[in-house]
Design a protein around this ligand. Structure first.
Ligand SMILES: [Mg+2]
Length: 362
């Protein structure tokens, strides 16, 4: 097992209520089997969401996970999962290991991971995330994404000032595009419950698809009060990193829909959460952990596997803000869609020269 740190600068930093990202300082996790197959995935450290750092991910993979996992086979994924679960936290490190193992399994069997998981469709509609800026710049960014990539679903980051800024952005987008686009908002816990309730009332005429994590789930009663009065699905994202969290938040009335992120629950954990959500009758959105192309290919491979995960546009475009990436064949968004690979495994290949250039351990 290898954990390789790499850094790729963003062309345009992404800013949101809980943080901002200027450089993708991720960790590439590779697993090698005895018969020479290499499985690959990436872990994005998000200290503002999960408390993980690049150094911490490398350390937990090399010092704790590797001794527990080396020697097991690719078919013992539940054993691997149980051993890794003894370590608290570290969601993206665990997820990257899980997905690298699935990648190796798919390559060993000569089958795409999407087909192994469920094989529902060959494509996902793409939603683009609009980070903080002034209203005119955010409208211009959305127009560029529509013109260049055919994207017509936008997630608008809110959670600054509701009146006079956040609401103005959403209204400017609706005025500019009319009914041609789908819009939803993500507060990253930046508003209070009362601010959220007022903002949602003021945006009542804007036809929002969803509202996501507008206020903190830790504001237990405030959040329940808010979710009970708004009439669009309320997505829990960073408040539901595990299946148990999904159960707790949904049954307590603190959310009515969920975001699944393969970056934090891998394929094995995401599949469990998907089945749970299906049983509970929840809407699912495939979310983005500000993934690069490796992480986006993982989210796409999972989202395309099931009906409920491919129904809405998935957040699969953040890699467009990065100056470069590691894939030999870059992902291409066309007419608003990303098509999943038909190759074995997750379906991408790392360009060795690019990895040499961006890795930070040599
Ligand atoms: Mg979110």
């Amino acid at each position: 097992m290898e954990a390789i740190p790499f850094a790729i600068p963003y062309i345009k930093p992404l800013k949101f209520a809980s943080g901002e990202v200027h450089v993708a300082e991720h960790v590439l996790v590779r697993v090698h089997t005895d018969d020479g197959v290499v499985g690959v995935a990436e872990a994005p450290p998000r200290p503002f969401t999960y408390g993980e750092t690049q150094d911490g991910i490398i350390s937990v993979v090399e010092k704790i996970f590797a001794p527990q996992v080396i020697g097991l086979t690719l078919l013992e994924r539940e054993v691997i999962g149980a051993r890794v679960a003894r370590t608290v936290g570290n969601p993206t490190a665990k997820a990257a290991l899980d997905m690298a193992i699935w990648d190796a399994l798919g390559k060993t069997l000569g089958l795409p991971v999407t087909d192994l998981l469920g094989g529902y469709t060959d494509r996902m509609r793409v939603s683009h995330m609009l980070g903080f800026d002034d209203p005119a710049t955010m409208v211009a960014e959305a127009q560029k994404m529509r013109d260049t990539y055919g994207i017509s679903t936008f997630k608008v980051k809110v959670g600054r000032r509701p009146v006079g800024l956040d609401i103005a952005v959403v209204r400017a987008l609706r005025n500019h595009f009319g009914d041609d686009v789908e819009l939803y908002v993500d507060g990253n816990r930046g508003w209070t419950a009362a601010e959220s309730a007022r903002a949602m009332r003021e945006m009542d005429d804007l036809g929002l698809l969803f509202a996501e994590e507008l206020c903190p789930a830790d504001d237990v009663l405030g959040r329940r009060w808010l979710v009970g009065q708004i009439d669009v699905p309320f997505i829990a994202d960073e408040s539901v990193p595990t299946a148990a969290d999904v159960t707790r938040e949904i049954l307590s009335g603190s959310a009515t829909a969920i975001s699944i992120k393969t970056a934090r629950t891998g394929f094995t954990g995401s599949r469990r959460i998907h089945h749970l959500a299906e049983g509970l009758g929840l809407e699912i959105v495939i979310g983005n952990q500000i993934d690069g192309q490796v992480g986006t290919a993982c989210a796409l491979a999972f989202g395309a596997a099931f009906q409920t995960t491919s129904r809405y546009a998935g957040e699969l475009s953040n890699f467009l803000d990065m100056s470069d990436d590691l894939l030999a064949t870059p992902l291409q968004i066309r007419d608003g869609f990303l098509h999943r690979s038909s190759r074995a495994g997750i379906g991408f290949e790392i360009d060795p020269d690019k990895l040499d250039h961006y890795r930070q351990d040599r």
